[in-house]
Design a protein around this ligand. Structure first.
Ligand SMILES: [Zn+2]
Length: 434
């Protein structure tokens, strides 16, 4: 199918979000084949999508996603017997079906909220890998969504996600074998958990307790790189950043204030920091009555929040890429709120709407190594774009009101993911306070 997105205000994220007025964007075979002045393109055989007065931006890239959950706050994620029951269930035949339906529904919500690329960083039993195969074959509700998938994460016993979305070994050889296994299953990248996290922290003031050693991290990274895969690492403390950076990790997920040597190592590798304000902000700023988390979690979340800002700011200074992701599936991290993360990045890092939009599109594409394919609306790139009623540079909330979109050339008119009203109300309230 050939399309012309006609007479758009095109936002060029590769040139500081300059707005080019009255542009026609010609799409053929899933690619942007021509961008020209309105009226110049040959309309013969094209379906014309009127975008006059509207704004066209690249499809959003969500660089940190889990597909196994909805974002509804739940005690299950905190461990205990309820969690054990759920884990036992997903291993049954029926459970596997429920899980695959859940991840499919999540991916569809991501797509319908304007996300044209997701990177999963820890999902159960290869459910993300299976969904990617199906989606790439042009099947299912998330058709058009580009997926980079990690499968199960890797950590040591007692590490973040151990026993849930991560597999473990306590030896270097065992961890390397897990890398081989994960890649053989079809993973595009390797996710490791170097430190603990907010929900499994034991101590007030220490959310990012170091779990993996330098030797373990280095061995995992060396093997992944030998297999041509990047390594994304869950890290929430300065010492964790150091172990990850010197060990060879490509992206620091969440992050913390880095020391000088860490910054140097990440810069030399062409690595990046990927911030995820979407879980940190509600945990830190909403009342524990609402979040159903204890006071220690709230306190530790504020530490994580400050740490991720410190990491991103250090990256800006050093000229290291910064990416963003929503950590969807965490409590309050729905599968349809990537636009909120863009707002959070603007507010928390004080970078302005243009820079935040750039991070969510071409910036994330660079972080993921797919900027030759997507991340901007440009000739030769994949047709991944959003048509917005409002100007996102004036108000990023325009990203919430998508009039039409394309994902690898699949046109979706008025995409509308189903939403959870109470969570939306709480997040809207939180946004007011920023
Ligand atoms: Zn995560």
């Amino acid at each position: 199918m050939k399309y012309i997105v006609s007479d758009a205000n095109l936002i060029d994220v590769e040139r500081g979000c300059a707005v080019e007025k009255h542009r026609d964007i010609v799409v053929d075979g899933g690619k942007i084949v021509r961008i020209c002045a309105h009226g110049e393109a040959d309309k013969d055989g094209c379906k014309v999508i009127d975008a006059s007065g509207k704004f066209v931006v690249p499809g959003l890239i969500n660089a940190h996603v889990h597909l196994f959950g909805t974002g509804m706050p739940s005690k299950i994620l905190g461990g205990g017997s309820a969690q054990q029951k759920v884990l036992a269930f997903v291993k049954t035949k029926l459970g596997a079906k429920v899980l695959s339906a859940l991840v499919a529904s999540s991916a569809k919500k991501q797509l319908l909220s304007g996300v044209t690329t997701v990177r999963t960083v820890g999902d159960f039993y290869g459910s993300d890998i299976a969904l990617k195969r199906k989606t790439d074959a042009g099947k299912g509700g998330a058709k058009g969504l580009r997926m980079l998938v990690s499968g199960m994460a890797i950590t040591v016993p007692g590490g973040h996600g151990a026993g849930t979305f991560a597999r473990t070994s306590d030896t270097v050889d065992g961890l390397v074998a897990l890398v081989d296994e994960t890649v053989a299953e079809g993973a595009d990248l390797v996710k490791i958990c170097v430190t603990g996290g907010v929900m499994d922290a034991k101590k007030r003031g220490e959310p990012g307790e170091v779990k993996m050693t330098f030797e373990q991290v280095k061995a995992v990274c060396d093997r992944a790189h030998a297999l041509g895969k990047k390594v994304a690492a869950h890290v929430q403390s300065t010492e964790g950043v150091r172990i990850a950076a010197l060990g060879g990790v490509d992206t620091i997920e969440h992050g913390a204030a880095p020391d000088e040597e860490s910054v140097k190592a990440i810069k030399e590798r062409g690595g990046a920091f990927v911030v995820t304000y979407s879980p940190a902000l509600p945990f830190a700023r909403l009342s524990p009555d609402v979040t159903k988390m204890n006071e220690m979690c709230k306190f530790n979340s504020e530490i994580v929040l400050q740490g991720m800002s410190a990491g991103a700011k250090a990256a800006f200074v050093a000229g290291i890429d910064v990416g963003l992701g929503t950590d969807a599936s965490c409590p309050f991290c729905t599968q349809y709120n990537t636009w909120r993360e863009v707002v959070y990045v603007d507010k928390m890092l004080g970078v302005g709407a243009a820079k935040a939009l750039e991070i969510a599109t071409i910036g994330n594409a660079r972080v993921l190594g797919i900027d030759a394919v997507t991340g901007s609306v440009a000739e030769g790139k994949s047709a991944d774009l959003l048509i917005l009623k409002g100007d996102p540079l004036e108000d990023l909330r325009a990203l919430r009101d998508i009039d039409g979109m394309m994902a690898q050339g699949r046109y979706i008119k008025r995409p509308r993911p189903s939403k959870m009203k109470n969570i939306e109300a709480q997040l809207d309230e939180l946004a007011e306070e920023l």
